[in-house]
Design a protein around this ligand. Structure first.
Ligand SMILES: CC(=O)SCCNC(=O)CCNC(=O)[C@H](O)C(C)(C)COP(=O)(O)OP(=O)(O)OC[C@H]1O[C@@H](n2cnc3c(N)ncnc32)[C@H](O)[C@@H]1OP(=O)(O)O
Length: 407
């Protein structure tokens, strides 16, 4: 892609936030109302920002949240890309590519190990080395009849929680889920309030405020959902998040949701690939998977730092020949050696066992996509038969990586 020589890339100062927001609304085809605009302004103010300038005019914008991402057995800083916008007058001239290069330069200087994002379109970010970090299932329950279950639900009472109390009650619980499931960003008090507990659903004016139902003291599980009425017809229940200590607690929460009067449908836009509901429901005609999508995309910005920070399910010794068109420091042959749970990752002259792009390594990193599958798809080259399977065994996680925090 040819990049215009009159473009300049650099920081977007706070004095230009209004212009940056206007550009973003132009790119995303949005005209938000005052409260939402204020929220976007504050969010953008707190993010790090990269811009593209044509003369003095801002024609490209990209911002990063200061996130920390859970990994198998640990966590790392992982800036979250957002507000990625290019003026419609300047598309396909290399503005995004220029901003990505500027971003990666900054990451290199800061020693940033990972980056993450949710994409508006699937085809955009693979070229910059982003792989599949998490995937989610869309699930729909026919709740015109009681939920049929194969296990006994936890019969302790359920209680409604005031949204104002939710961050203090749910926050520590959510934090514990991060320790056992990779792919989850840490939530601040502000994130809870402004992303989860906001009264008005940003995408659907007809949704109720968030409802929170909890089970157990100490807390053993919770669900955050909204409802939607449908005039005289049956309404629906829409799950934001459901977390539970045990299958019995999960069963109690799902049974509750499916039992809500005046609603004949429960939907969840994203559930983990290994959601126990899909096994303990007694009727898969009643509980249907209606879609599967990539959630968080992950970029190994510093491959060595990223690999050393996660835990491993098995020892492994492989030489990886990594391609990285955007971060040259990652490219070339490196020996990944995991001994008794500790990884080393060093440059080597030894012949490669596996050849792959950093994008594919990103897809395997949290355990979501087996490298064996990518080898079968012709995207990973197996120079040593069995090397992809050995690395997959080491990368495997107990729970499927998953997040519902889109941004
Ligand atoms: C994390 C987030 O914020 S996701 C949100 C992304 N933003 C949006 O969807 C808002 C609307 N879209 C836009 O603002 C722009 O079209 C962007 C940001 C998607 C792309 O910006 P551009 O400056 O046009 O991209 P740029 O010219 O640098 O293209 C680089 C390469 O990506 C490709 N590309 C860019 N956009 C797309 C796309 N939507 N689908 C497929 N390929 C794309 C280009 O063809 C080019 O490929 P090449 O190098 O092989 O020739």
């Amino acid at each position: 892609m040819e990049q215009s020589s009159d473009l300049r890339f650099g920081e977007v100062p706070e004095t230009r936030l209004d212009e940056a927001l206007a550009l973003s609304y132009l790119a995303f085809l949005e005209t938000p109302e005052n409260d939402e605009r204020k929220h976007h302004y504050e969010t953008l103010r707190e993010c790090a920002r990269v811009g593209a300038y044509d003369g003095d005019r801002l024609v490209g914008l990209m911002a990063t949240y200061d996130f920390t991402l859970s990994l198998p057995g640990g966590e790392l800083p992982a800036p979250g890309l957002t507000f990625v916008s290019v003026a419609p007058t300047h598309r396909r001239r290399g503005v995004l590519s220029g901003m990505m290069a500027e971003l990666y330069r900054g990451f290199g200087a800061a020693g940033t190990p990972l980056a993450c994002l949710w994409a508006s379109e699937d085809a955009i970010y693979g070229r910059y080395g982003f792989g599949t970090g998490t995937r989610g299932l869309a699930v729909e329950i026919n709740s015109s009849r009681p939920l049929a279950l194969r296990i006994a639900p936890d019969e302790r009472p359920l209680r409604l929680v005031d949204p104002a109390d939710a961050p203090a009650l749910l926050g520590p619980y959510y934090e514990r889920t991060r320790a056992v499931r990779a792919g989850r960003t840490a939530r601040t008090e502000r994130w809870w309030r402004e992303e989860w507990m906001v009264d008005k659903d940003p995408e659907d004016d007809d949704m109720s405020p968030p409802r929170i139902v909890a089970l157990g003291e100490p807390l053993a599980g919770y669900v955050i959902y909204r409802t939607k009425s449908n005039g005289h017809g049956p309404g629906s229940v829409h799950i934001g998040e459901l977390e539970a200590d045990t299958p019995a607690v999960a069963a109690a929460l799902w049974r509750y949701l499916a039992g809500i009067d005046l609603a004949h449908k429960v939907t969840a836009w994203a559930r983990p690939l290994d959601d126990p509901l899909l096994h303990f429901c007694a009727d898969r005609d009643q509980v249907r998977v209606t879609g599967e999508e990539t959630g968080l995309r992950v970029r190994l910005v510093d491959v060595g730092a990223a690999l050393r920070a996660r835990s491993w399910a098995a020892d492994v010794d492989v030489v990886l020949d990594v391609r990285d068109a955007h971060v040259p420091a990652n490219a070339g042959r490196h020996r990944l050696s995991v001994r008794q749970g500790t990884a080393t990752y060093e440059p080597t002259d030894a012949p490669a066992d596996l050849g792959l792009d950093v994008r594919e390594l990103g897809s395997g990193y949290l355990g979501t996509v087996p490298l064996r599958e990518l080898a079968h798809a012709g995207l990973v080259t197996e120079h040593t038969p069995g090397a992809a399977a050995s690395l997959d065994t080491a990368l495997r996680t107990d729970l499927a990586p998953f997040t519902v925090d889109d941004f």
